[in-house]
Design a binder for this molecule. Sequence first.
Ligand SMILES: [Zn+2]
Length: 304
Amino acid sequence: MTAREITGHHAVTTAHGTTAQHRPVGSHTPTSGGLAKAALPYADAAGSQVVQVYVSNSRGWALPAGDPAQDTRFRDGCGERGLPVFIHASLLVNLGSPTANTVERSAETLAHALRRGRAIGAEGVVFHAGSAVDAGHAEAALRQVRETLLPLLDEAAASDGPRLLVEPSAGGGRSLASRVEQLGPYLDAVDRHPWLGVCFDTCHAWAAGHDLAAEGGMTATLDTLVATVGAGRLRLVHANDSKDLCGSTRDRHENIGKGTIGEPAFAELMAHPATAGIPVVVETPTEKHVGHAADIATLKRLHP
Ligand SMILES: [Zn+2]
């Protein structure tokens, strides 16, 4: 028996028979040309243990129906490989927008992603926390979050569908949540609904001013995250290094260990109890799958 044998969803049994919480590592995965046709070979080539995909254009509002044959092949292929699946919603989604039409389209986009998520067996749909854009719109923005999310969360929970996962942003533009402490009011806005999870992005947290590069900085930030959102709320990690300085509010991802955050912070990430059993996805620069394969290999090496 090998030292690490996958026995359950994200758990492993060691040679000594003890169960440890495995952190599956994978990447954002391209789907153009067909969900199964494109994503499965990519995941294999990159060494992925988890897959994240878009189900609509990342910078558009069109909501494609999906191809049932590709959906089935993709769901079965991920099942055979033991890959958990996550959807990243369009980057245009902003539930805090002062423009009513944007809020409406954002709600439709999330509903579509949840439907597509059920079809392809996804565990979660990630969306950015959003921003109020205008001074004075912050309070109304959190009300919009409540009004939009509660019905979606209730329906997803009732149908045992994918969870919605809010991802704090890089900051700036009157973000509703960029620092992890701001997730408190965000969760409160939906009465801490059990179907709203959190996706923690290292590059965003760094851009928002969390000093992850300091020794113990990643650990302290994750401690604060757990203290704010409670146990079991963190469902996904986006592991990205950064091209910019701490507090820059700029969101330019870099390969793991090649940027301003640096490899030691990612070792803290992979060892923190809050990430035990939680999938880790890279969204880093890549030529075909090569950059992702290297980053996945680095994170696997840093896994305790
Ligand atoms: Zn991200």
